[in-house]
Design a protein around this ligand. Structure first.
Ligand code: SF4
Ligand code: SF4
Length: 147
């Protein structure tokens, strides 16, 4: 999830790219309205089609058919299978590049939720199974975050 996913050959300071957080949580990510706006503007229906939105009138629509002027009416968004409308078991944008190494195929435009994810920060997003976290000394982590 962190920002280094488009560089599978590089070793990030923050993330080992093991893909575990994406494999566990990636099927329930939610974009912001601004994410939708950018994807609409860029014509990224390949991304938009994996999300559905509920409008104020209670009607659900696939985000690929939304116009920018519709965005003010959206009250809820969910990741959904574009073919069946059901829930997905894994994020459709996750790609395995080699054993225990994954990348995000939409890294440059991925949702804010993924971009801001920090499993090493104690609190809501803390993820104790993060491989990178396990290799770290806690004092280093806190110093790193506060710098
Ligand atoms: S969009 Fe990318 S970063 Fe977010 S869960 Fe999916 S693969 Fe991971
Ligand atoms: S669990 Fe940790 S090391 Fe693995 S991809 Fe997520 S942030 Fe990176």
């Amino acid at each position: 999830m962190p920002d280094t996913w488009n560089e599978p050959e590089s070793q990030s300071d923050d993330c080992d790219q093991c893909g575990l957080c994406c494999r566990i949580f990636g099927n329930s990510i939610t974009p912001t309205v601004m994410n939708l706006y950018c994807w609409i503007e860029q014509g990224r229906t390949d991304i938009l089609r994996y999300f559905s939105a509920a409008k104020e009138d209670g009607v659900w629509v696939n985000c690929a058919v939304l116009l920018k002027e519709d965005l003010g009416d959206i009250i809820l968004m969910e990741m959904r299978d574009p073919e069946t409308g059901g829930y997905l078991s894994v994020c459709p944008f996750l790609r395995r590049v080699r054993r225990e190494k994954y990348i995000c195929s939409i890294h440059p435009v991925k949702p804010d939720m993924c971009r801001n994810y920090q499993p090493w920060v104690w609190g809501e997003t803390y993820f104790g199974r993060c491989k990178s976290l396990k290799k770290r000394d806690n004092r280093y982590i806190w110093r790193h975050i506060c710098e």
